[in-house]
Ligand binder design. Structure first.
Ligand code: DC
Length: 219
């Protein structure tokens, strides 16, 4: 197994991408890149700075003076300009804001550059909405993970609860539905299945079983 292996995973919110990616990273000795956390962290900073989520240019500019770093642990610590924002970026509000700012081409270009710097070092598993199509189209393995809206809402609801955040199941489900729609229909690098991606349906499977299925796909 090459140490420079790159695995890219895309899929809608709540498909289980992060849980499975972490398992695989551990098992294969790869580093894990949570690209959604970068959108969340930038969205959080923009909100704190009072920048409107519709102002893509201003938010992209903000990224020039922004440092986003990851630690190790579960949940994986996320540092925004040195400050631990791990829990603050997992709220329903930040899910919404991250999705909103991610529709701006300028914001995407700024984040994709940072993400590619990390991926180019190799030995990484990355996940998001454009990992297989834009960030790492030459990855050794490209996977599209998915599950029904109902199942994904259940998982995300649980995740919010684990982070101590509120939100009824119905609210989480309708937010995911809305976010799916926005992520899939945006003009700039929408969530889509790459032509050579392997589709992995995760309904009824445990994270370990999904990780196992993906590991078997490694060329
Ligand atoms: O994976 P997540 O729920 O943490 O992502 C939050 C939002 O960020 C998601 O709704 C869309 C955006 N995103 C993106 O546009 N591209 C990525 N590679 C990752 C996330």
């Amino acid at each position: 197994l090459s140490k420079k292996l790159v695995i890219a995973i895309d899929g809608p919110a709540g498909a289980g991408k992060s849980t499975v990616s972490k398992l695989l990273a551990q098992r294969l000795g790869l580093s894990y890149l949570d690209t959604g956390a970068m959108y969340r962290a930038l969205a959080y900073k923009a909100q704190q700075a009072g920048i409107d989520s519709g102002d893509g240019e201003e938010i992209a500019k903000l990224m020039e003076s922004t440092e986003i770093a990851f630690g190790t642990g579960e949940p994986q610590p996320v540092f925004l300009d040195g400050k631990d924002v791990t829990s603050s970026i997992r709220t329903m509000q930040m899910s919404e804001l991250a999705s909103a700012i991610s529709a701006h081409g300028a914001v995407r270009r700024a984040l994709v550059l940072r993400q590619q710097e990390l991926v180019n070092q190799g030995g990484v598993i990355l996940e998001g909405r454009d990992a297989t199509t834009v960030i790492a189209p030459n990855a050794d393995l490209k996977v599209y993970m998915t599950a029904s809206l109902e199942e994904r809402a259940r998982r995300r609801h649980l995740e919010y609860q684990e982070h101590g955040h509120d939100g009824s199941f119905e609210k989480v489900r309708s937010q995911i539905e809305l976010r799916d729609h926005r992520d899939i229909t945006r003009d700039d690098s929408p969530l889509t299945v790459a032509p050579d991606a392997q589709i992995v349906e995760t309904a009824g499977l445990s994270p370990a079983e999904v990780a196992e299925a993906i590991a078997r796909l490694i060329p």
